[in-house]
Design a protein around this ligand. Structure first.
Ligand SMILES: Nc1nc2c(ncn2[C@@H]2O[C@H](COP(=O)(O)OP(=O)(O)OP(=O)(O)O)[C@@H](O)[C@H]2O)c(=O)[nH]1
Ligand SMILES: [Mg+2]
Length: 383
C-alpha cells in the first residue's frame, strides 16, 4: 500500500523518521511519501531521514519556533491558520498514486495532539483516499494535562479519520533505561508493525509472490467505517533450510505440516500477545492477518487455519489474511484488530480527563480569588 505519511509534532516526527530509516534498510519498499510538521524548530532539525525540504515549521508568529508547550488548543489553532501551507506542500509532493494518508502523532502534547485532527479534517475533505491516524497515548505518570489533551484529541480524531490506530506508551515501558532510550525501543516496535502492515500489497523485489497476496483494498476494507484499532505482532527466526532440495517426500510433507502449524501458532501469538493498545480481541469488528518472511516458510494452510481461529474469536466475521515474501531471516506476523470497542485505557483516559477538566476549572477559580485577596473590594479596578 502506498501511504502518504505525515509526522506531526515531536513524537510523530521521530516515528516517521525511524519508519524511513527502516525503509532504507529493508529490500521491500513501501515507496512512502513523508512529511514532518512541527512548531518546534529543534525537533525538525533533529530528524535524520525526512528530507529537509519535507519539513514544515508552523506557528512562528505565535511561538517563534519553540513548540506550543503542551497547549493543544494552540496546536489546533496554528494548524488551522496555516493549513494552506501544509496542504500545498502535500499537493506539491504528489498524491496521484497514494492509497491512503497516515498522520502520526503523540496525543498527550500540544502540536501533534491539536494539529493532527485539524489536518485529518482537511485531508478528508480534499481527497477521496482514506485518512488514518496513528496516535500515541501518554503513560499515566505523565499527568492529567497529558491525559486531557489525549482524550480531546482522540475524540476529534475518531470523528475526523477513517480509522485511529492507537499505541499506549503506558503499556510499553522499558524499565531501567533513560526515557530517550525507552522511546527509541518503543518506536522500533511501532515501526516494525507499521512496516509489515503498510508494505503489504506492494509487490516484492525478490521475484516471488506470496501464497495469498493481499492488496491495499484489503487493508482499506478492514479499516473501513472508522473507530479505534490495535495491532498485534509476533515473529520467529527461520532455521537454515538450505538442504531442503534433498528432502524425501515424507520429510517434505512433515516440513509442510510443521510450517503450517508454526504459522497458525505465530498468528495466535500475535493476536494474544502485547497489542499496541491493550483491548478485548473479541470486541473487534474486523481483522487482518499478515505474515511476512522467506518464501519457503509461508504456508497457505497455516494462514487459513489462523484465519478460521481468528474468525471464531472476534465479534464480527470478516477476517482477511495474506502473506508476502521477504529476505528477512524472520517470519513475522501482524494482526490488525479493527474497530475494537473494549479498550480499558481509553475509558480510563476519559475518566481522568473529565476529572482533570473539573479540577482545572476549580484551580482557575481559586487562583483568581487568591490573587485578589490582597486588595480591598471597595477599590475598583480601572476597567
Ligand atoms: N512512543 C513515543 N512517544 C513519545 C515520544 N516522544 C514523545 N512521546 C509521547 O508523545 C507525547 C507528546 O509529546 P510531543 O510529541 O513531544 O508533543 P508535540 O506534539 O511536539 O507538542 P509540543 O511539544 O507541546 O509542542 C508525550 O507526552 C509522550 O507521551 C517518542 O519518541 N515515542
Ligand atoms: Mg514538542
Amino acid at each position: 500500500m502506498r501511504v502518504f505519511a505525515i509526522g506531526f509534532g515531536q513524537a510523530g516526527g521521530k516515528i516517521l523518521d525511524l519508519f524511513l530509516e527502516h525503509e532504507k534498510r529493508t529490500t521491500h519498499k513501501t515507496k512512502m511519501q513523508a512529511l514532518a510538521v512541527n512548531t518546534a524548530r529543534t525537533d525538525l532539525l533533529g530528524l535524520k531521514n525526512v528530507p529537509m525540504r519535507h519539513r514544515i515549521l508552523i506557528g512562528q508568529t505565535y511561538v517563534k519556533g519553540h513548540g506550543v508547550g503542551t497547549d493543544n488548543a494552540m496546536g489546533a489553532k496554528i494548524t488551522r491558520e496555516e493549513i494552506e501551507t501544509i496542504l500545498s506542500e502535500i499537493d506539491n509532493m504528489g498524491t496521484h498514486d497514494v492509497d491512503a494518508f497516515l498522520i502520526i502523532a503523540g496525543l498527550g502534547g500540544g502540536t501533534g495532539s491539536g494539529g493532527a485532527p485539524v489536518l485529518a479534517h482537511y485531508l478528508s475533505k480534499m481527497y477521496s483516499e482514506p485518512v488514518y491516524a496513528f496516535g500515541v497515548l501518554p503513560a499515566p505518570e505523565e499527568g492529567s494535562l497529558y491525559s486531557l489533551n489525549a482524550a480531546r484529541s482522540m475524540v476529534t480524531l475518531v470523528k475526523e479519520t477513517d480509522n485511529l490506530i492507537l499505541f499506549d506508551n503506558g503499556a510499553w515501558k522499558y524499565e531501567g533505561i533513560s526515557l530517550r532510550d525507552s522511546y527509541r525501543k518503543i518506536n522500533e516496535e511501532i515501526v516494525r508493525r507499521l512496516g509489515i502492515l503498510f508494505r503489504s500489497g506492494e509487490g516484492s523485489d525478490i521475484d516471488q509472490i506470496g501464497e495469498m497476496v493481499v492488496d491495499s483494498s484489503e487493508i482499506i476494507n478492514t479499516l473501513r467505517g472508522g473507530g479505534i484499532s490495535s495491532i498485534g505482532y509476533a515473529a520467529y527466526i527461520a532455521e537454515n533450510r538450505k538442504k531442503r532440495s534433498f528432502f524425501s517426500r515424507e520429510k517434505e510433507e512433515a516440513f509442510e505440516s510443521d510450517t503450517a502449524t508454526k504459522i497458525a501458532s505465530l498468528v495466535r501469538r500475535a493476536a494474544l500477545g502485547r497489542l499496541t493498545i491493550p483491548c478485548e480481541i473479541h470486541s473487534a469488528e474486523r481483522a487482518l492477518i499478515l505474515v511476512a518472511g522467506p518464501h519457503e516458510y509461508l504456508d497457505r494452510k497455516g494462514i487459513e487455519k489462523a484465519k478460521s481461529w481468528l474468525e471464531g474469536n472476534i465479534n464480527g466475521v470478516e477476517v482477511r489474511a495474506g502473506d508476502y515474501p521477504t529476505r528477512s531471516k524472520y517470519i513475522a506476523s501482524v494482526v490488525l484488530l479493527a474497530n475494537v470497542t473494549e479498550v480499558p485505557r481509553v475509558k480510563e483516559l476519559q475518566k481522568i480527563a473529565s476529572e482533570a477538566k473539573e479540577g482545572i476549572k476549580e484551580a482557575e477559580k481559586i487562583r483568581e480569588e487568591r490573587k485578589m485577596q490582597l486588595f480591598d473590594e471597595d477599590i475598583e479596578p480601572l476597567f
